[in-house]
Design a protein around this ligand. Sequence first.
Ligand SMILES: Nc1ncnc2c1ncn2[C@@H]1O[C@H](COP(=O)(O)OP(=O)(O)O)[C@@H](O)[C@H]1O
Ligand SMILES: [Mg+2]
Length: 106
Amino acid sequence: MKVITLTNEKGGVGKTTLSLHIAAGLALLGKRVLLLDSDPQGHCANQLKVKEFGGLYRLLVQDEEWKNVLRLPDRDRWGGAGASATACDLYVLPSNIETRHSADDL
Ligand SMILES: Nc1ncnc2c1ncn2[C@@H]1O[C@H](COP(=O)(O)OP(=O)(O)O)[C@@H](O)[C@H]1O
Ligand SMILES: [Mg+2]
């Protein structure tokens, strides 16, 4: 497994846009991709039209199982509709405002 991390303190520099494009591009090339959003703004989920959901918080803080926190966006949200048969699905682990919470908030 390879991990690609896009991070920058500054907002509005293209982190989310580039992450989505890299993830979609790799899925189209037939790679199995998980797009993990760690930003509490949750824009990856918004862009992929995945219902708002604090998956990362539930996974890390509430010990939720992986199978319960992954989401499978519609392919037409990322260019996968009509792609070749070798393209893979693109999974997303969404974030939301809950990501800001700490275990102490429980
Ligand atoms: N390569 C680019 N060229 C022009 N506009 C871009 C580019 N990448 C991102 N944007 C635009 O810049 C804005 C901020 O991008 P975004 O990916 O949300 O940044 P971040 O995740 O770092 O806050 C958005 O409106 C996005 O459409
Ligand atoms: Mg962003």
